[in-house]
Design a protein around this ligand. Structure first.
Ligand code: ARG
Length: 583
């Protein structure tokens, strides 16, 4: 489906070529939808950029173009404004036609990629023996949206949950469990209990040299595959994974057990990975450790910053695992692109990782590597979000509280709702609110966690969008009209509020591409919010079911509403957010 922008562009470029010659056939006429309808529906800003090349005044160029432009079926008015802006006013008949095309295109104008890529998305990645906390919400929710959007565009998405299940900390924890006389029965422990033991073991590790020594030996036992040690480790992994899976299910994200590819998966590859680095002469020894030095990476004192791949005691690190993972993902999974979604504090780790795997040739220049960092979640005091007691906020508690709060909001909004329905709705709405609060903020920035704001029925929030959707559905319910029956209706715009809504609907595909381009889900949120606001304005201004509305106009308005609902739902789906039928 050709976009309006490209249709306008073709006409304008044709006029430029006629006036100034073939050299200009690839010119970008700089067409944008206007933000203020006083300046038309679209604006072309090419006259300013042409002025330099042609050594003419922009207004003169704009005038010449106006003479040459021939698109009577598209625009009913073209005006020149300011220094040489060309304001284009679309004809209602043209907009009607385009609405019809949009309403009948299955993906609302979003085209699937002609040459789909294999995209590995590395996200969520919680750590074994620790409960998921609010930070993992960000990675999980942003990653989920990324996975959905790339799938929608036709790419092959491989989700990878790179859980932290390996490392010296497990020696410490397992030794602690052994000391406490761990038996099979302890398998009943909750993850919260395990996390408590983890903290206790850390204290002991730091204060008791004898325990410290045994913990280190336990790491060796784990790495060499000692049966009993592995049994305890497996138990820790099992308990933790179960907890993570429960949370994913509750969150309604795509991640399942089959996406798990934890650090331990790469364990058998680490020695080979380091050996290959040695073969490529990339390793140096520094204080007994094997390290890589990469151009451009310096520490605070301007000294070359090493990437350590093997410690002096022979142990491997987070970085080593990530090196092996890139190699595996490119060679075995066939990745054309790898996207990592973690907080911004890991930016340097990934910058070094990317430089190293390029140098090693594990990721060719054809493979795109992206770190998609995000900011922190802050409390009202603009400090890292903590519980009242100052502890980390457990994700599970957050989900519970969101549900309770959503119930209160619903009770105020619609006291008539039966309790069971309210409880069900509260589940969907609370999740939507949490996810949307996260996604609607520019991901790179920190954001302040604010219950009242995320659950508000007004503003750029999930409940506001869900409410717009519900309102559309209720029009059809009230009029006892089947939504399918209006899909073939003729559009017949008669009010500026309808046109404003229509123009926004046309921009859906552009909003999707904007997200993909820079991996910024908040752009889709902003789009959906503006769309919902324009729907509300249309709804206020244009009676639909009222007696005095002529039949053909009513049909057209119903079709417009239906299309708006479909796009709202599609957009929210991409963000991993469910719509509700009533609220
Ligand atoms: N487990 C890590 C953490 O909680 C995130 C892992 C991200 N992925 C990766 N391949 N390094 O910080």
């Amino acid at each position: 489906m050709k976009t309006i922008k490209s249709e306008l562009s073709e006409h304008i470029v044709a006029a430029v070529v006629k006036l100034y010659g073939d050299d200009y056939c690839d010119l970008d006429p700089l067409i944008q939808p206007t933000t203020n309808s006083e300046f038309g529906d679209y604006q072309a800003n090419l006259a300013m950029s042409l002025a330099k090349k042609l050594e003419q005044k922009p207004r003169e160029i704009a005038h010449a173009l106006l003479e040459e432009l021939d698109m009577p079926s598209i625009c009913d008015k073209i005006e020149i404004a300011g220094p040489g802006f060309i304001n284009l006013y679309l004809k209602n008949t043209f907009v009607n036609q385009r609405l019809e095309t949009l309403a009948n295109s299955p993906e609302f104008g979003v085209t699937r990629e002609f040459s789909p890529e294999t995209i590995v998305i590395d996200y969520s990645a919680p750590n074994i023996a620790k409960e998921m906390h609010v930070g993992h919400l960000r990675s999980t929710v942003i990653g989920d949206a990324a996975a959905r959007i790339f799938t929608k565009l036709g790419h092959k998405v491989i989700r990878q949950n790179h859980m932290g299940d390996w490392g010296t900390q497990f020696g410490m924890l397992i030794e602690f469990l052994v000391d406490g006389g761990w038996t099979e029965q302890d398998s009943q422990d909750s993850l919260a209990d395990i996390e408590q033991r983890y903290r206790d073991s850390k204290l002991k590790f730091d204060s008791d040299p004898e325990f410290n020594q045994r913990a280190r030996q336990r790491v060796v036992a784990l790495q060499s595959g000692d049966d009993y040690t592995l049994k305890l480790w497996n138990y820790l992994v099992r308990e933790s994974t179960q907890h993570f899976m429960e949370i994913y299910q509750r969150l309604g994200v795509l991640l399942t057990e089959t996406d798990n590819c934890p650090e331990s998966f790469y364990n058998p590859m680490l020695a080979g990975t380091v050996q290959e680095l040695a073969d490529k002469s990339m390793l140096e020894t520094s204080d007994g450790a094997e390290v890589i030095f990469l151009d451009g990476f310096k520490d605070r004192d301007e000294r070359p910053l090493p990437m350590i791949v093997r410690k002096s005691d022979g142990g491997y690190l987070y970085s080593t695992t990530d090196l092996a993972a890139v190699r595996y993902r490119c060679a075995d999974l066939g990745a054309n692109r790898i996207i990592y979604i973690t907080d911004a504090r890991q930016a340097q780790h990934f910058a070094m990782l990317f430089a190293a795997v390029r140098k090693a040739g594990w990721a060719s220049t054809e493979v795109r590597l992206d770190h998609m960092p995000f900011g922190s979640v802050l409390g009202a005091d603009r400090k890292p979000f903590k519980t009242r007691e100052g502890g980390t906020v457990r994700l599970i508690d957050l989900l519970d509280e969101a549900e309770k709060r959503a119930e209160v909001v619903l009770q105020l909004k619609n006291p008539e709702l039966p309790v069971s329905e309210r409880k069900e709705l509260a589940k969907t709405i609370s999740l939507a609110a949490l996810k949307y609060a996260d996604l609607s903020n520019d991901r790179i920035k920190d954001y302040v966690f604010d219950w009242d704001r995320m659950l508000a029925l007004d503003g750029n929030t999930a409940p506001y969008l869900q409410n717009a959707y519900v309102r559309i559905l209720s029009i059809f319910r009230k009029g006892e009209i089947d939504r399918g029956s209006v899909r073939s209706a003729k559009f017949e715009l008669s009010h500026p509020a309808e046109k404003a809504l229509a123009l926004k609907l046309f921009q859906y595909s552009a909003a999707i591409y904007a997200v993909v381009d820079r991996l910024e889900p908040h752009r889709l949120c902003t789009y959906l919010y503006e769309l919902a606001a324009l729907f509300h304005a249309f709804y206020e201004a244009c009676p639909i079911l009222k007696e005095e509305t002529p039949e053909s106009i009513r049909k057209s308005r119903l079709a417009l509403s239906d299309l708006c609902a479909r796009i709202l739902k599609d957009g929210l789906d991409i963000l991993g957010i469910e719509t509700v039928e009533r609220m």
